[in-house]
Design a protein around this ligand. Structure first.
Ligand code: PRP
Length: 188
């Protein structure tokens, strides 16, 4: 889905399809270089990371296993609840492997802080690094080392490229801010 498909709902576009794809392509090149000869596993955090994961693996020139976990700390609201819920556990073996967590956004950092500890301590990964496409530094509650930084955002609620409002707009190919009027409408 493109911006034109939801033009009436959009206040402003923050990142175009081209900007997003360029960042992911550059990151794929770095990942190919950094993990050559290593036991890389990509781990995506559902649901938001699906778009980034798909683009990243398609741009990579090396192959590796992928896995997903389903986590949530937001529900349908705007604020992080602070508690990470495991909806579905990891579906790939990462013991002794070099894990790259793929995320759509790091906001408070609760999700990544918890997941990095979980993969290291419980799942015995050899190393754990992260590629979040987006970051809201002003919200950060944990000091997280981001090896592959994406784009930094101001304190705005954004949708698109995996990010949702009430489960919609995840399939938009850009990142945008919704009009306030959208929030007051009843959605299916
Ligand atoms: C979002 C996003 C990250 C997390 C980041 O997931 O995909 O996983 O929040 O926020 P944090 O840094 O404050 O922890 P969400 O809980 O909205 O689930 P979703 O990906 O299924 O939409």
């Amino acid at each position: 889905m493109e911006i034109e498909d939801v033009r009436d709902d959009i206040e402003k576009v923050l990142l175009t399809k081209e900007q997003i794809q360029r960042k992911i392509k550059d990151t794929a090149r770095r990942v190919d270089e950094d993990y050559g000869g290593k036991d890389l596993v990509l781990v995506g955090v559902l649901k938001g990371a699906v778009n980034v994961m798909t683009a990243l693996m398609n741009y990579m020139h090396t192959t590796c296993p992928i896995g997903f976990m389903s986590l949530s700390s937001y529900g349908e609201g705007f604020e992080s609840s602070g508690q990470v819920k495991v909806r579905s556990d990891l579906n790939v073996d990462v013991e002794g492997k070099d894990v790259l967590i793929v995320e759509d956004i790091v906001d408070s950092g609760n999700t990544l802080h918890w997941l990095m500890g979980y993969l290291s301590n419980e799942k015995k990964a050899r190393s754990v690094n992260v590629f979040p496409l987006l970051s809201k530094p002003s919200h950060r509650q944990w000091d997280i080392y981001v090896k592959y930084p994406g784009y930094e955002l101001e304190d705005e609620f954004v949708i698109g490229f995996g990010l949702d409002y009430k489960e919609c707009y995840r399939n938009l190919d850009a990142i945008a801010v919704l009009k306030p009027s959208v929030y007051s409408q009843e959605r299916m």
